[in-house]
Design a protein around this ligand. Structure first.
Ligand code: NAD
Length: 502
């Protein structure tokens, strides 16, 4: 059976995780230092040829066996996600099945998207066959966050593996157990594969840093914008390609023709689910004046009684990262100091490790609560004159991850005006659960795309091959044997083809 790599940990330091709601220990593992990172990457490199040469069909079978392993042991997996991240079991299950949808899509579609394609060589090179072959990068280092500890790294890992790369995964130090379980499920499902097709490293940011500079052929990172910038700078040293999925400050727009109750329902879930620790969760909401009062009433009725906790009655869990509680408290305090009013909850809703829902109105646009990612169960609601003002304010952000729009007739038109990597019309975050749609941000929300065809292509590099099928006597353009009459003929043809605008 393929286990996680066998290279002996060279550091005695351990890293431990604990249940964020109760503080109970979940597990502890050695911290992987730079030597261990190098050994694991070397093992991944040794496995790369075997995995690539398996081809699309066999890789698809291996990935689907892994999906079956995840689904058939989902209860055990979800219990671990609940213990380590804190989210309710049902939310953990939703995360796992969405990840499996992506895994299956990547497995099913890799051949169609990545198999070699012949392209027209053009008249001038008509004696050539022109082929694009999409080659895997080799070894991809994947670094993940804790908020969706399966779905988010899987969005890189599934697509990288389907494209023929081997992967070394460094999960968040807060969800190390989940990361290891996920990787070990691949090995259990595929005992005949060599070690190193998918490996896991355990440790804090320092281990991730060692992975970035280890000589891997690509880095796929999901996490905060601040870390993403550090990774891009470190990767620049060797021009290692990166895809960066970073933070956001997503906006929702409620137009005058929206189904207001449905919009309130979707926005309440988007803002508060997972304790607001969702990269594409709504943090700002712009509502056209004519439906503002109705929207606020519908919204507050829905969020007022939501209960954070860790038992079966909880609608969402604790804050997973203790330091994030302070950020939420700071943003709420700043908004109130800036003149905002809390219409649901307030400063005393923040009681670590839980934060009850907070809805703020009349928050100035320059408040930190509007400009920076809060990553808690908070929402700012802004009254705007019309949709044009909503679009202008929604776009006025250094982030640009995703967005949502609620309008019966103009949803698509408004979506096209938004500066973001994705938009959901009349639902909260549908794009994230549709594997064929590329995912990723603009501005300081990230670089590159995962998911869909763009995701598969991003984990490969095109290798262009032009094969001369036959020589045309006297027409050798790329040769010192070229004659004056050859060039005269080419000039004449070029003038005929391009010399007159149609
Ligand atoms: P983080 O940036 O603190 O950590 C993410 C990962 O990077 C962890 O595994 C960490 O150990 C590692 N790391 C830290 N410093 C590093 C370094 N110098 N070099 C290499 N690796 C390093 O983020 P987080 O707190 O785990 O996650 C929350 C953030 O992630 C939020 O900002 C959220 O918006 C974002 N996020 C984005 C997406 C997306 O798809 N765009 C999805 C989920 C979360």
């Amino acid at each position: 059976m393929t286990e996680t790599p066998t290279a002996t940990p060279s550091s005695a330091t351990m890293i431990a995780t604990a249940n964020p709601a109760t503080g109970e220990p979940v597990g502890s593992w050695p911290v992987d230092d730079a030597d261990r990172v190098a050994a694991v990457v070397a093992q991944a490199r040794r496995a790369a040829d075997t995995w690539r040469e398996l081809g699309f069909t066999e890789r698809k079978r291996a990935l689907q066996r892994w999906a079956a392993q995840l689904v058939s042991h989902a209860d055990e997996f979800c219990a671990l996600i609940h213990a380590e991240n804190g989210k309710p079991l049902d939310d953990a299950y939703l995360e796992v099945i969405t990840a499996v949808e992506h895994l299956n899509w990547a497995a099913e579609n890799a051949r169609r998207v990545l198999e070699p394609k012949r392209v027209w060589p053009g008249l001038m090179m008509a004696n050539h066959e022109a082929v694009i072959e999409q080659r895997p990068h080799g070894v991809v280092g994947v670094i993940g966050p804790w908020n969706y500890p399966v779905y988010t790294p899987n969005g890189s890992i599934a697509y990288a593996l389907a494209a023929g790369n081997t992967v070394v995964f460094k999960p968040s130090e807060l969800t190390t157990g989940v990361g290891r379980w996920y990787v070990e499920a691949f090995a259990k499902a595929n005992p005949a594969l060599p070690e190193g097709v998918l490996s896991v490293l355990t440790g804090p940011g320092e281990t991730g840093r060692a992975l970035v500079t280890s000589g891997v052929d690509m880095i796929a990172f999901t996490g905060s914008t601040a870390t993403g910038k550090r990774i891009m700078a470190a990767a620049a040293e060797r021009l290692t390609p990166v895809v960066l999925e970073c933070g956001g400050k997503d906006a929702a727009i409620v137009a005058e023709d929206a189904d207001v109750a449905a919009a309130a329902d979707a926005i309440a879930w988007s803002a508060m689910a997972n304790s607001g620790q969702t990269c594409v969760g709504t943090e700002r909401c712009y509502v056209v004046a004519s439906v503002y009062d109705q929207f606020l009433a519908e919204l507050t009725a829905r969020v007022r009684d939501l209960v954070p906790g860790s038992d079966g009655d909880a609608t969402y869990g604790p804050m997973t990262l203790p330091a994030q509680v302070d950020v939420v408290a700071e943003h709420v305090a700043a908004a109130l100091a800036d003149g905002a009013t809390a219409v649901v909850g307030g400063a005393d809703s923040v009681r670590a490790p839980f934060v009850r829902p907070i809805v703020l109105v009349d928050v100035p646009e320059d408040s930190v609560a509007v400009r920076e990612e809060t990553f808690g169960p908070t929402l700012t609601v802004h009254k705007v004159r019309d949709v044009a003002e909503a679009i202008r304010l929604a776009n006025d952000s250094r982030y640009g991850l995703a967005s949502s729009v609620f309008s019966r007739k103009r949803g698509m038109a408004i979506a096209r005006e938004l500066r973001a990597g994705a938009t959901s019309v009349n639902s909260p975050a549908a794009y994230a659960a549709i594997p064929a749609l590329p995912f990723g941000g603009v501005g300081e929300s990230g670089v590159g795309r995962i998911h869909g065809e763009a995701g598969l292509l991003g984990f490969t590099r095109p290798h262009s091959i032009a094969r001369q099928r036959f020589a045309i006597p006297g027409m050798a353009l790329q040769s010192f044997a070229r004659t004056d009459s050859t060039l005269a003929t080419v000039k004449k043809l070029t003038v005929r083809r391009f010399g007159r605008a149609k």
